[in-house]
Design a protein. Structure first.
Length: 234
């Protein structure tokens, strides 16, 4: 596998743009938002530039890499996820918090293919986005532990089992997107019932280890032909 790009810290705030430059930037972001939501992180940057009515060089002047464009678009969604995780962690009933967090995570995943790619670790993030996502994961682990301590979440599941929720939701969301766009909620609540302590039965297989989850994510990374920024310039 080709080496991942080096991540940089967020850049300092730039001076205000000229009106025409700001118009180009806004057009690029609008086109990228539509393309990433529909096609995922592998959406063509050339196609985004064409839709925005700018040259590809103009896109790269504003966003030197795909990572820069992705983080500009998705910082707000990671903030939303982090807010949901913090709210869930502060709920007295940890089961309600567990359900609230997973519902929000899957809702964000359902409405945007690129966000799904990000939570599936299909593209690395700069320091800001990675920090926010890691903070959300830490809060999710707190919610998980608290629910087990309260006896509402079955004791034989691990945080790695949440990966199955994310991965299975991906296929359901994709298959039902145009015919029943909220069908994912039914699957999620079936899964939540399976996580309840009173429903626990002996499981046929042990949980994945964190290392096995990381190894499995390799298969979810952007293929070279879909996401060339992971491997080199477009």
């Amino acid at each position: 596998m080709s080496p991942q790009p080096t991540l940089s810290a967020p850049r300092a705030a730039a001076r205000p743009l000229r009106r025409d430059a700001q118009r180009n930037r806004d057009a690029i972001l609008a086109a990228a938002r539509r393309s990433f939501a529909a096609q995922g992180l592998g959406a063509s940057l050339e196609g985004i530039a064409r839709e925005a009515g700018v040259a590809i060089g103009t896109l790269y002047r504003h966003f030197p890499s795909r990572l820069d464009l992705v983080e500009e678009l998705f910082t707000a969604k990671f903030t939303e996820l982090l807010d949901a995780a913090e709210a869930a962690a502060n709920m007295d009933d940890a089961w309600d918090g567990f359900c609230h967090y997973l519902e929000k995570l899957c809702e964000l995943q359902a409405c945007d293919r690129a966000f799904h790619d990000l939570v599936s670790a299909r593209l690395p993030l700069h320091a800001l986005g990675r920090g926010m996502f890691e903070r959300a994961k830490g809060l999710a682990a707190e919610i998980f532990t608290k629910a087990q301590e309260q006896g509402t979440l079955r004791g034989d599941v691990t945080p790695q089992d949440i990966a199955f929720v994310i991965w299975s939701q991906a296929g359901i969301i994709q298959a039902t997107r145009t015919v029943a766009p909220t069908a994912w909620r039914r699957h999620l609540h079936l899964m939540l019932d399976a996580f309840r302590a009173p429903c626990a039965h002996e499981l046929a297989e042990p949980p994945l280890t964190p290392q096995q989850v990381d190894a499995s994510l390799v298969a979810l990374e952007c293929p070279e032909e879909e996401c060339v920024e992971c491997h080199g310039e477009e």
